[in-house]
Design a protein around this ligand. Structure first.
Ligand code: PEP
Ligand code: MG
Length: 886
């Protein structure tokens, strides 16, 4: 029999797929004997069935009733019992945390009768009516689809009528009136009455949470976080406990270590006399957790002990939500806590020091993406002047942008290419699109666990929250600082999420400490040491070598400092740009072999010097030099511009510049509709006489020069865009003749392996043949992705990738993360067949994917020898190559 509902006493954290993260962890805490209000979980399988058919699966509601009965008998009262109602919360909880993205309904079980019972047993009439109005509001908007703003209007009208500055000034009678107003509103909008039956409330709330899996916010969040669409959410149903029963009650959120810096010690926010939602929503300002120690030492001590238990049990930093109901502590949620990149490195290193985890486990818990974030610059505070405002350093990094005050404006401006900072009093899940679009988020309310902080940290977005000195006026689109300065929409500000500060204008930036360490080896403790240790371990365990894509001596030198073990791709095309462009023009316009040779000779000298510099910077390490790849007309002037110049001259009755006329002629002759599939790569080598030969000669002569200077040059020659073995054979034969000639003339042996890029499906599929002529392969996954999908790599991302991501054709751009199923399969075939033909074939990758964490893991598993990526990605690739072995 399929089962859809599980009691907290039945599950555990290993069942997170089925019970969702929240449910599984509640079950785990229950098993650990921590004080968790009883409840049960409706599984993700039920949600999937509901989403597929539009109806709750057979048997689910019977199971819900059965589990509810157990909770009822434990509590000694029934759901919604008129004289003493049991109330429950209904919350979403997917496999992966999606904070605030789906729906929650609290206080299920209240109705016109049981609200009076609750008032009596709690001895607090106001509390009972406040709970009821929350239920009607949440149920009305979430389950019955009434626009939440309409409830706010009813509330505002009442507050105005009573002259109440906020809802705390409304008394029980006011709240009862509000409940009536809300119920009327629901009836007007939907034609339905707010359901009085507790069982119906529960049934409908569960389905509404299921439905919210497909809400706009949730979908956007999943797309960003690469969470599969197919998982569905579980629903936890749990006995309500109340933090808003007076000063001996309250709610809070706590971390076992600081989630921003990783420093050990309990860390969190507490809000006396409030429900959990109020803490996260940042509606009132919280107090630090240390304050709880003063307010309620017994609960604080218990909390402290429970959190120690959890950290030891999970062997990781945990975060929790808790509520104190009249002096009794309840644990409402725990999970392994989200943390900044800095905290991830520090915590992994400290837990390993404490021997709670092994060093290898520590390596698994940090990430290349996190490391990349730590390499970002920060503000130079010696040059910024005083901050305009201080707030809580909620998510680190430095960002500059124009202040905007609503999500839609952030999206609009970002789409137009502007950098923006989203400024709000506090954010709600509706602000998600604006947070995605913004460089940083700044709020005037809320703590480190507010919505803004949690979501921004998850995205790696800079965030300062709780900047109380600011008065944010979203209607007037401005904020005012304590000093009285008014900052209007569009004004550039700088947000320092590491220090919790905000500055006027664009503040100057300085390198990060981690970057300084990578450049100089300097160790300054804290996160720098944690990163250094993780990289050292990764280097010890990884099998993949990491090389860099670099084509200047400066880049090569930087890559080497970052730990590159050679150059996997030196693109030679930049050596044909700038002043040298005229040489290319002359080569194309040359009327005879002598003219062309003159140009080639000039290019030879220039290229040799380029190669000498790069080989010197990478002395002793392999340097893979790729022969010219782009179509030659890329080096010629623009066709339209030329035609215009010639046309204007002719219209004036003047003679056009003869060089312009000649060039225009050549440009027209060489024009291609599809240059990416045209005369480029190896094809150039086969049809432009002398072009590849002169490049090979420049490489060979550079090797000779470096050898004579006492160096140890290790150049390799790589042929781009080969599709057939014969293309490679022809180029290789020519190259070998040139190498032999240079060796002969100089008397210095020149050994440069000749290999090929694999960047066409045909090359991958005939890799066995190609390997007969290639001493190495390097996957050009940019072109291989382009040609496998038939996607123009220069056009499609802007044209339609967002629609493809939306529709779930792929979860990430295949130009960023390797498409394992298609392009990856070609890689697998080429590796297998290439090595079968030539067992010592060296194989690497030099497309952008070489520095992408997920792809590095794939290349490790595919058996490649190295990945090659931009210098700044080298540390990231080293770390991920180490992690891939785990
Ligand atoms: C590739 O195609 O993956 C590659 C590395 O070459 P380029 O990006 O220069 O075409
Ligand atoms: Mg390419």
């Amino acid at each position: 029999m399929v089962r859809y509902v599980y009691d907290f006493t039945e599950g555990g954290r290993d069942l997170a797929d089925l019970l969702g993260g929240k449910g599984a962890n509640l079950a785990e805490m229950t098993r650990l004997g921590l004080p968790v209000p009883p409840g049960f979980i409706v599984s993700t399988a039920a949600c999937r069935a509901f989403l597929a058919t539009g109806a709750a699966p057979e048997g689910m509601s019977r199971e819900v009733s059965r589990h509810l009965s157990a909770v009822e008998s434990d509590a000694g009262r029934r759901l919604g019992q008129p004289d003493d109602p049991l109330l429950v919360s209904v919350r979403s909880g997917a496999r992966f945390s999606m904070p605030g993205m789906m729906e929650t309904v609290l206080d299920i079980g209240l109705n016109d009768a049981s609200v009076r019972g609750l008032a009596k047993v709690s001895g607090n009439e106001r509390f009972a009516w406040d709970s009821y109005r929350r239920l009607v509001q949440m149920f009305g908007s979430t389950v019955m689809g009434v626009d939440g703003a309409l409830f706010d209007q009813v509330m505002t009208r009442l507050k105005e009528a009573r002259g109440a500055p906020d809802d705390l000034h409304l008394d029980a009678a006011d709240l009862a009136e509000l409940v009536e107003g809300y119920q009327q509103l629901i009836h007007e909008v939907t034609g339905e009455y707010f359901p009085q039956s507790p069982a119906e409330q529960l049934r409908r709330a569960i389905l509404a949470v299921f439905r919210s899996w497909n809400g706009g916010r949730a979908r956007l969040y999943r797309r960003r976080e690469h969470i599969p669409e197919s998982l569905g959410t579980a629903v936890t149903v749990q006995r309500m406990v109340y933090g808003n029963l007076g000063r001996d009650s309250g709610s809070g959120v706590a971390f076992t270590r600081d989630p921003a810096t990783g420093r050990p010690g309990l860390y969190g926010d507490y809000l006396p006399d409030a429900q959990g939602e109020d803490v996260v929503a940042g509606i009132r300002n919280t107090v630090p957790l240390a304050e709880l120690e003063r307010l309620d030492p017994r609960s604080y001590r218990q909390l402290h002990d429970h959190m120690r238990t959890l950290e030891r049990h999970y062997r990781d930093m945990c975060d929790i939500e808790f509520t104190i109901e009249r002096g009794t502590l309840w644990m409402l949620q725990t999970r392994v806590g989200k943390r900044t990149a800095e905290a991830a490195f520090v915590i992994a290193s400290e837990l390993a020091d404490e021997r709670l985890i092994t060093r290898e486990e520590g390596l698994a818990r940090v990430s290349g993406d996190g490391l990349a974030r730590l390499m970002f610059p920060r503000f130079d505070t010696s040059a910024t002047g005083d901050p305009l405002a201080h707030g809580i350093a909620a998510s680190p990094g430095a960002a500059v942008g124009a202040a905007v005050f609503d999500s839609a404006e952030a999206v609009r401006r970002a789409a137009a290419g502007d950098r923006v900072v989203l400024v709000r009093q506090e954010t709600t899940p509706d602000d998600l699109p604006g947070m995605v679009a913004a460089q940083a988020v700044l709020t005037s309310r809320g703590g480190k666990t507010s919505h803004a902080a949690v979501v921004a940290r998850g995205m790696g977005k800079v965030c300062v929250c709780g900047a109380e000195e600011l008065t944010v006026d979203t209607a007037a689109k401005c904020f005012t600082t304590k000093g009285g300065a008014v900052v209007e929409e569009g004004t550039v500000i700088s947000v320092d999420g590491s220090a919790g500060a905000m500055y006027a204008g664009a503040a100057p930036l300085v390198d990060s400490a981690v970057m300084r360490h990578l450049e100089t080896g300097e160790r300054t403790g804290g996160v720098v040491d944690a990163v250094a240790d993780a990289l050292r371990l990764a280097d010890d365990v990884r099998r993949l070598e990491v090389r860099a894509n670099a084509d200047t001596p400066a880049d090569a030198a930087r890559a080497r400092r970052f730990g590159a073990q050679g150059i996997g791709l030196c693109r030679t095309e930049h050596m044909f740009l700038g002043e040298r462009r005229t040489l290319v023009e002359e080569m194309i316009l040359a009327r005879d072999a002598a003219g062309r040779d003159r140009v080639l000779d000039a290019l030879l000298h220039l290229q040799r010097q380029d190669f000498v510099g790069i080989l010197a910077a990478m002395d002793g390490l392999p340097v893979t030099i790729r022969l010219l790849d782009p179509p030659l007309h890329e080096f010629l002037p623009d066709r339209t511009e030329l035609a215009l110049r010639v046309g204007v001259a002719e219209a004036r009755g003047e003679q056009p510049d003869p060089r312009d006329a000649e060039l225009l002629d050549a440009v027209r002759r060489m024009h291609e509709e599809n240059p990416m599939l045209g005369l480029r790569g190896v094809r150039l080598g086969l049809v432009v006489p002398g072009l590849f030969a002169v490049q090979v000669r420049a490489v060979a002569e550079a090797v000779v020069e470096r050898t004579r200077a006492g160096g140890s040059p290790k150049a390799e020659i790589m042929v781009p865009l080969v599709g057939d073995v014969t293309e490679l054979r022809l180029v290789r034969e020519e190259a070998e003749q040139v190498l032999a000639r240079v060796a002969d003339t100089s008397g210095i042996p020149v050994h440069c392996p000749v290999g090929t890029m694999i960047e066409l499906p045909r090359a991958a599929l005939t890799a066995g043949r190609i390997a007969e002529e290639a001493e190495f392969f390097s996957f050009g996954t940019n072109d291989l992705t382009q040609t496998t999908w038939g996607f123009s790599r220069d056009d499609v991302e802007a044209a339609f990738f967002s629609a493809y991501l939306d529709k779930g054709v792929f979860a990430a751009s295949p130009f960023e993360t390797i498409d394992r199923e298609g392009v990856g399969r070609l890689v697998g075939i080429a590796v297998r067949e290439g090595r079968a033909a030539r067992p010592d074939l060296k194989i690497g990758v030099c497309g952008e994917h070489g520095g992408d964490p997920g792809s590095v893991h794939f290349f490790h598993a595919a058996g490649l020898d190295y990945v090659s990526c931009s210098p700044f990605r080298v540390p990231v690739a080293r770390l991920e190559a180490g992690r891939a072995t785990g």
